[in-house]
Design a protein around this ligand. Sequence first.
Ligand code: PLP
Length: 360
Amino acid sequence: MSHDETGRPSTVRRVKGFASDNNAGAHPEVLAALAEANAEHATAYGDDPWTTRAEELLRAHFGEQSVSHLVFNGSAANVLCFRALCRPWQSVVCTAQAHVNVDEGGAPESLAGVKLQAVQTHDAKLTPEHVEWQLGRLGDQHAVQPRVVSVTQSTELGTRYTPYELRALAHFAHERGLLLHVDGARLANAAAGLDVSLREITTDVGVDAVSFGGTKNGLLMGEAVVFCDPGHAEGFAFLRKQTLQLASKGRFLAAQFVALLEGDLWRRSAAQANAMAARLADALLAVPGVRLTQPVQANGVFAILPPGAGERLRRDWRFYTWDQSTGEVRLMCSWDTTAAEVDAFAAAVAHAGETARAAS
Ligand SMILES: Cc1ncc(COP(=O)(O)O)c(C=O)c1O
């Protein structure tokens, strides 16, 4: 394998760009915690000091009454939340853009056995009115029965809910006998952006269950299922095992969460990604022909690039087209995105736009 001037394998360097916050590696502090946890033998299946400590920290962040369990990935966290919260005739109301709806391979339907009621939105955010429209047949034995409102925080479009909006959703859901679930694969980005604690946008506003993301926040892998209301956690350990998400060497999931939550690594990592997205948005707004399609409230920028610029840029940079019909692109920043990379990309967009204009 060839190496670049920094000593990295050159294949690794070329991939760095704005395609996905999952493309980033693990944070060095997380790797150090893993190395430390690796020094000795420890009892398997979560009966170890790292798991005990991670659970303590999760209680400190989400409330002393909360109950958390670690799993390998975010789709599983979502599926397990739905398995825990729904009966077979019940459904989950989410947005059409929700990861659970479009990016989990049908796992919620197939593994949790729930129907998803997906609502079209322009910003990937649900309101009580959206949910109300799905409740017309509550109590009708011929219709699936909505049980969970699932929102993504921050959303798949880089937007976020305010605590006020979440409280309104939770209040509405509870009034109608439903529960509020948060797909928090990027919960840290929302909390850092709002400058609030994790519990201020979950437990304190009435959220019932959270899929709390670690991976996009600098872990090698690992997410936590957090029941803000412990009443919903009953039997969850059995569900997790049955759903193939109980790690035998559980300390390695837990040690990562300890690294993330013991100090402020979760907030530092998320704030860096958010700050780079804000910097990118500002820089792109100054480029003729660029239009931002969503407010930038977390670590993603959604934009229409100047005509013809996308193809030129792709020779050197990685990013995804979000909407083929409009050419809208998604640009994701991660905990390790640097200001220099953002500035270089914005300059490349400007250059590609000029070149495309000159050629047309
Ligand atoms: C909104 C959202 N939820 C959940 C996930 C978790 O996905 P995975 O199962 O790949 O960890 C992701 C990852 O891209 C996501 O963006």
